[in-house]
Each structure stands twice: as structure tokens, then as C-alpha cells.
Design a protein around this ligand. Structure first.
Ligand code: ZN
Length: 477
């Protein structure tokens, strides 16, 4: 869209969302829901019919609390804040974005007040993105993560020389990278009869129904990880959408259970599979035959180590597995503080920098690499960021269960076989769409609600081995 289209697009979106909102929240829909609730009272909880009515009721009750004017204002504010954020980021000047963020904080506060909450305003926002989760529960999870990660990051820093990733910067032909990435995601199970891959500045996946689920990727000659791991990540989102049943297509049950559950699928494929040693046992020979020159003298183990190098960095989307959740924690805390009025928007960059220093030990050089890096705060909604960490945790929790049920998973991956893994995910996660809340889904799939323990155990084991930390600890008195 040309820049000049912005104002009209903001008004159009605002009108469309207002109309959809007014129709959905009408008394007539309420009466239909009541009738169906009576008729379906005896259906099992997980049946399509009972789930359809239960989830629509949740959406309806929430939407009824939001005045149409507020919905329209949120849509408009999000559209006009976007270019202001882009300019502020380009000029590395937070003050240019500040008035828009002040407005967005106020709108988030109004949304929270309209929906209502018992303890914390953030609960109301979080419940819209991750239904059933409370702010206090997340704070406890983050505290547990912090206790595990901060010392691990410091330990890794002391052994930083153990992993060398210079091979990733040796120059990889972009066209060959894109085609190699596409071949790889096809092998994982991304169905091109119902999908396609294109190039974009920021990778994403988008779904128009189970029959049309697309991914985009970006590619850099000078940094290998971007294209392949970005493509695997997006294909994880896309396989989730492709795995939703026709029975829920074009109903309110279609779509991901939450941003966190969606992210669990992308991160599971990207990291737990794509950054595993068995994966590279299988793929490295073919990678080396495509990129002979840059990979000269590097064996599969060296390459596996390179793609897993962990080090504190400024940008969340480029962060490694260990440091990633600290980026999310920081945003979760700052959103809460702005929402509750404990932090003024104008003081955000300072608060960001101070916390960054304390969590990751780095001094933020400018707002572009600090508080202005993410697009999220330009489109109003708070409460989305925690989903990135929830996704990491869910991915590891599912994987722990998968390894019990598929004990030879590593051998399968080493043979390039992903069908059993994909069909487990189809059966336990994908086909349900929005039927269950994140915790309901985890209870059904793993027998436990969301927990950080499997993820913590996973990173401690994996990075302990990569950096020789366990031996170092054993040797210490
Ligand atoms: Zn993602």
C-alpha cells in the first residue's frame, strides 16, 4: 500500500471492525447462543458442537463488554501509530512515538476497565490472548525462569570460547538458501498443495483456511540462520493451520488456541527439531553439497554448535534460545507497569535500558535497538508478548511427552522422518483449533498444566553440554 493510502485504510478498518462488532454483539446472537446452550447441554465437553458454543459464548461475553466506539478507536489508533513508530525507529528517537504510545496505553487501560478484572488490569488483556492465564501465574513462571537463566547466561559467558559460529557469516548464495529452505520445510511436512513461500522484509505466515496457508521468509547472504531457521519457524505456524480439521473450517473454532500455543509450534520445529544434533546428522551432508565453499572444513558437529551459539544481544527476534525469554520478561514487566501507572511512557527508554543491563548485561546503544524495536506497541494490544515465552515452554512440555510416546524420535529425525512427530502434533494440538484454552490443551496432551520445568531442564542439559558447563561444575570444588 502506498503511504498515501494510510488515512483511508485506517477509516475503512475502523468502520469494518465496528460493523462486525455491532453485528456479533447483537441481542439476536445472544438469544441464539442461549437456545443452543439448552439444546447441547448433554454433549461432551470436547465435541465440536459443545466447543463451538462454549468458545463463541466466551468471545460474545467479552465483546459485549467493549463499546463499539472503543473498538473503532482502537482500530484507528493502531493504523495511525504504525508509521509514527516506523519513523521514530528510523530516526532512533523515542519522543516521536511517545504521544502515540501514551494514547495506546490509555486505550489498553480502557479495554481492561471495560472487560473488568479482579486483581490486575493486565489480567483482562492477557485473558483475551491467552485465555485462562493470570498475571500472577505468569509472574511466578517468569521468576522461575529468571532464577534458572540469569546464572546460565553468566556461566555461558565465562565459557564463550567453547562455541565458534564464524562459519555462519562466510557468505551463502541467497537463491540457493531460499530453495534449500523450501526443500527442508517440505520434508518436515509443510504441504505445498495448500501453501507457498515468498520473500518479505519480516517473515510471517498467514492462513485463509486449511487449504491456503502461506509463509514468507527473508534471506541474508552474510548470515546463514535467518533464512533457514526463519522458514522452519514459519512453517511450524503454517503446519499448525494446515492441521486444523475441515470440520472446524469457517467457524469460530478455526485458528490457533492462543498466540502462545501458535508460537509453541513454530519454536518446536525451529529449535527442538531444527537446532538438534540428529537434525544436522541428517541434513548436513545435503547442505554441504549445496554450499561447498562456505562449509569447507566444517563438520556436522561444528555446524550444529555454530547454529546454537548463545550470547546476549539487543534484538529479541535474533536472540538465541537461552536469552530469548529475558527479552520477553522485560516487555511483560514494562507493559504491566505502564498499564498500572507505575511507569510513565516518557520514562520507558530509561527503564528499558536499566532492566536490559541488569538481565543481559548490555548497554543499549539507542532506542532503535531498545524500546522501539518491536512493532507490537504500535498496534495497541498489550498482553501479546508473554505468548512468545509461553510458546517456548509449551514446546518443551509437549516434546517431553512426545519423547515418551515416540522413544526413537531422535533416530527418526536422523533418518529424515518427521511423519510420526507431525501426526502426534496433529492429533494432540492442531486439529482442535480454538476448542481448548492453553491449559486445557496441555492437560489433555501432557497431563499437566503449563509448567516451566521441561524447558529449563532442556536448556540446562543442551547448553551445559555445548559449553562444557557440567564438566566445569563437576571439576569445581
Ligand atoms: Zn512465530
Amino acid at each position: 500500500m502506498p503511504r498515501g493510502g494510510l488515512q483511508s485504510r485506517a477509516e475503512q478498518l475502523s468502520t469494518l471492525l465496528r460493523l462486525a462488532h455491532v453485528r456479533f454483539t447483537s441481542d439476536a446472537v445472544g438469544r441464539l447462543l442461549e437456545t443452543l446452550e439448552d439444546e447441547l447441554a448433554n454433549r461432551p465437553f470436547d465435541s465440536d458442537e459443545a466447543s463451538l458454543v462454549r468458545v463463541t459464548r466466551r468471545d460474545y461475553d467479552e465483546a459485549r463488554k467493549l463499546p463499539a466506539d472503543l473498538v473503532a478507536e482502537v482500530a484507528r489508533a493502531g493504523t495511525v501509530a504504525r508509521p509514527a513508530w516506523e519513523k521514530a525507529r528510523r530516526d532512533e528517537k523515542f519522543s516521536l512515538f511517545e504521544p502515540y504510545l501514551v494514547k495506546n496505553v490509555e486505550l489498553n487501560r480502557r479495554i481492561a476497565d471495560a472487560i473488568g478484572y479482579e486483581d490486575r488490569p493486565y489480567d483482562a488483556l492477557l485473558n483475551r490472548s491467552e485465555p485462562g492465564l493470570k498475571t500472577a501465574e505468569l509472574e511466578a513462571i517468569f521468576a522461575e525462569l529468571k532464577r534458572a537463566i540469569v546464572p546460565l547466561v553468566a556461566d555461558i559467558a565465562r565459557h564463550a570460547d567453547a562455541v565458534d559460529d564464524r562459519v555462519l557469516y562466510r557468505g551463502f548464495d541467497p537463491d540457493l538458501q531460499v530453495s534449500y529452505a523450501l526443500e527442508t520445510v517440505k520434508r518436515l511436512g509443510y504441504d505445498l498443495e495448500r501453501g507457498r513461500q515468498d520473500i518479505s522484509t519480516h517473515p510471517f505466515s498467514t492462513a485463509f483456511g486449511p487449504g491456503d496457508v502461506r509463509i514468507t521468509t527473508r534471506v541474508s547472504r552474510d548470515f546463514f540462520n535467518e533464512c533457514l531457521f526463519g522458514s522452519i519457524h514459519e512453517s511450524g505456524h503454517a503446519m499448525y493451520n494446515q492441521g486444523m480439521g475441515q470440520n472446524i473450517d469457517r467457524t469460530p473454532l478455526w485458528g490457533g488456541a492462543s498466540p502462545g500455543v501458535h508460537e509453541s509450534q513454530s519454536r518446536l520445529w525451529e529449535n527442538l527439531v531444527g537446532r538438534s544434533f540428529p537434525f544436522w546428522r541428517h541434513f548436513y551432508p545435503s547442505l554441504r553439497s549445496v554450499f561447498q565453499e562456505p562449509l569447507r572444513g566444517v563438520d556436522e558437529e561444528g555446524f550444529y554448535r555454530a547454529v546454537n551459539r548463545s550470547y546476549p544481544s539487543f534484538i529479541r527476534v535474533e536472540a538465541d534460545e537461552v536469552t530469548y525469554n529475558m527479552h520477553v520478561l522485560l516487555r511483560f514487566e514494562l507493559e504491566n507497569e505502564m498499564l498500572e501507572g507505575a511507569l510513565k511512557v516518557k520514562d520507558l527508554p530509561e527503564a528499558w535500558d536499566a532492566r536490559f543491563k541488569s538481565y543481559l548485561g548490555l548497554t543499549v546503544p539507542n532506542d532503535r535497538e531498545g524500546a522501539l524495536q518491536d512493532i507490537h506497541w504500535s498496534y495497541v494490544s498489550f498482553g501479546i508478548f508473554p505468548g512468545y515465552t509461553i510458546g517456548n515452554l509449551i514446546g518443551a512440555q509437549l516434546m517431553e511427552k512426545i519423547r515418551v510416546e515416540l522413544p526413537d524420535l531422535n533416530a527418526q529425525i536422523e533418518r529424515g522422518e518427521f511423519a510420526a512427530l507431525l501426526s502426534w502434533l496433529r492429533k494432540n494440538v492442531h486439529r482442535h483449533g480454538r476448542k481448548f484454552t492453553p491449559n486445557e490443551l496441555m492437560e489433555r496432551a501432557t497431563g499437566k498444566p503449563l509448567t516451566a520445568k521441561p524447558w529449563i531442564a532442556y536448556v540446562q542439559k543442551k547448553f551445559g553440554a555445548l559449553y562444557g558447563l557440567n564438566e566445569a561444575r563437576k571439576a569445581a570444588p
